[in-house]
Design a protein around this ligand. Structure first.
Ligand code: NAI
Length: 217
């Protein structure tokens, strides 16, 4: 197993986008691309692309460009997408169910085992054959089943209490949607997703443009 621990987080955050565009190229049976063309497609500068891809060995060849398939596979490996992961969702309301209904994660190797909720009305139901379970069963379930990732979709006031029931022996990562910063043992990795941060960035940009436009009038 190669280690990519020295790649900066800024590069890592760009890799999923490369991965997505390279997949689109492969689907169109395009097997070779220059950094310039890739730049036009993705919107990063050609020099940024060369720099990013050089971080892990540089697949480009002068005058040839990049081998799309090789690059796609290598980025997939760096992102750990050559492996499979078992997921559970905790908090099976609007958001939890939306994620459970989304089938594309499975195609990338993320298999949902169960949804956990406190609401007795939900328990026993299924989404795509995946059962809703009582949150009281959470600890035992994670001991009996190999779980890699817990997806936290409860109201924020319950999120920490739930996470406290998990430890590095029963989950490795937490994909946190609750708008709160979770405290976890050091061996558990948390990745937060906050749609509002992205939305507020958009509102900033809209306002910024309005100010610019007003200046020009
Ligand atoms: P919801 O109210 O539809 O669902 C919450 C679910 O959690 C309910 O089914 C409830 O029974 C369950 N629940 C409550 N306490 C629990 C516990 N102790 N153990 C297990 N389950 C429990 O709410 P919605 O809209 O699905 O939002 C869920 C969370 O996601 C909220 O914290 C919300 O703020 C957050 N959210 C985050 C977004 C993001 O971008 N990160 C976007 C939308 C929502």
């Amino acid at each position: 197993n190669k280690s990519f621990a020295n790649i900066s987080m800024a590069v890592i955050r760009r890799l999923p986008k490369y991965h997505r565009y390279l997949k689109e190229l492969l689907d169109k049976e395009i097997y070779r691309i220059s950094s310039k063309e890739l730049s036009r497609l993705i919107g990063f500068t050609a020099s940024q692309i060369r720099q990013d891809l050089n971080c892990f060995g540089g697949f480009g060849q002068q005058g040839y460009g990049y081998n799309v398939e090789e690059l796609y596979n290598e980025i997939g490996k760096i992102l750990g997408l050559d492996k499979t992961y078992k997921l559970i969702i905790i908090g099976a309301g609007n958001l939890g169910q939306a994620i459970a209904n989304y089938t594309s994660f499975e195609k990338s190797g993320f298999e949902l085992l169960a949804l956990f909720d406190i609401n007795p009305k939900l328990i026993g139901m299924k989404i795509r054959d995946i059962p809703f379970r009582d949150v009281d069963e959470l600890e035992q379930f994670t001991l009996d089943n190999h779980v890699d990732i817990a997806v936290v979709c409860t109201p924020k006031e319950f999120a920490q209490g739930i996470v406290d029931k998990l430890n590095e022996k029963n989950v490795k990562g937490i994909w946190n949607f609750a708008p709160t910063d979770l405290k976890v043992p050091k061996d558990i990795i948390v990745e937060n997703v906050h749609l509002s941060e992205s939305l507020f960035t958009l509102s900033y940009l809209l306002n910024e443009r309005e100010i610019e436009n007003n200046k020009q009038e």
